[in-house]
Design a binder for this molecule. Structure first.
Ligand code: NAD
Length: 246
């Protein structure tokens, strides 16, 4: 909800009208049906330029419900198979805003990606895999780690760039990092009422050459890029300036 509120506020601050739809339903089956129907209605609405679906979905409602329904032209968070496929092939399309933010953070910070050894922790279709694809396209050598990875520290300790997107607070600590490594913490976790990332910031900041905090790191840039994707979607739909999300 933190994430959604910030997006709504960001839209309001630049004069973009928003509509929030709470999908009704008493169980996963009816929620799935209602969610699919709500997305189809938004697809048809000419006043709607972009659609995002707040993740994670309720237990039992598959991501496929969104993936199958959303119009790729309004898919500003890059979930539709067309956009996912375009990313995989290296063509322009809408990419997930968080993955875009991770790459943009590296670019704007002047961090060399080409030739770098990068480790991405997390392989979800929404964050981990898109980041891994984008780093690969930018000529990094990428290792993707996940919940079945045997020795995470063994992988992170030699990495120049570590992107953490697992949703596990404290998963990466300073002792797991190569001195001077660049650390991008995508995680958002609520611990004792506080928002924290996946990286133990206190120990990692002393070892890392650069590190994004949580909150205040990738999140604000993600929101800004989501708005940029929305504006491009509106331009495309009205025949204005063309171009992809990158
Ligand atoms: P997800 O649950 O779909 O995927 C988590 C991934 O982490 C999986 O691939 C899993 O294999 C891996 N993982 C879990 N435990 C692990 C472990 N112990 N070691 C190694 N890998 C492990 O989650 P998601 O949607 O990809 O989101 C990941 C995190 O990013 C969450 O905290 C989420 O809230 C956050 N998020 C942030 C933004 C943002 O804008 N900053 C946007 C989306 C998601």
């Amino acid at each position: 909800m933190v994430y959604l509120d910030r997006i709504l506020k960001a839209c309001e601050s630049v004069g973009i009208a928003t509509r929030t739809i709470d999908v009704p339903g008493e169980d996963a089956v009816s929620q799935e049906r209602e969610l699919g129907a709500a997305i189809l209605r938004l697809n048809e609405d000419p006043e709607v330029a972009g659609i995002i679906v707040q993740l994670p979905l309720p237990a039992g409602v598959p991501l496929r419900t969104v993936v199958d329904a959303i119009d790729p032209m309004k898919d500003i968070d890059g979930l539709h198979p067309l956009n996912a496929g375009l990313l995989r092939l290296g063509y322009e399309g809408f990419v997930p805003a968080t993955a875009h933010a991770a790459m943009e953070m590296l670019k704007r910070s002047g961090i060399a990606v080409e030739g770098a050894d990068a480790v991405v922790i997390g392989r979800s279709p929404v964050v981990g895999m898109p980041v891994a694809f984008m780093l690969t396209m930018a000529n990094a050598t990428v290792t993707v780690c996940h919940s079945k990875t045997r020795d995470l520290a063994d992988k992170t300790r030699t990495a120049d760039i570590v992107v953490v997107a697992a949703g596990r607070p404290g998963l990466v600590a300073g002792g797991m990092l190569k001195p001077g490594a660049v650390v991008i913490d995508v995680g958002i976790n609520l611990v004792d009422g506080h928002v924290v990332g996946d990286v133990d910031f206190a120990s990692a900041r002393d070892v890392a050459g650069a590190i994004t905090p949580v909150p205040g790191g990738i999140g604000p840039l993600t929101n800004a890029l989501l708005l940029a994707h929305l504006i491009r979607a509106a331009q495309r739909q009205t025949g204005g300036a063309s171009g992809g999300s990158r």
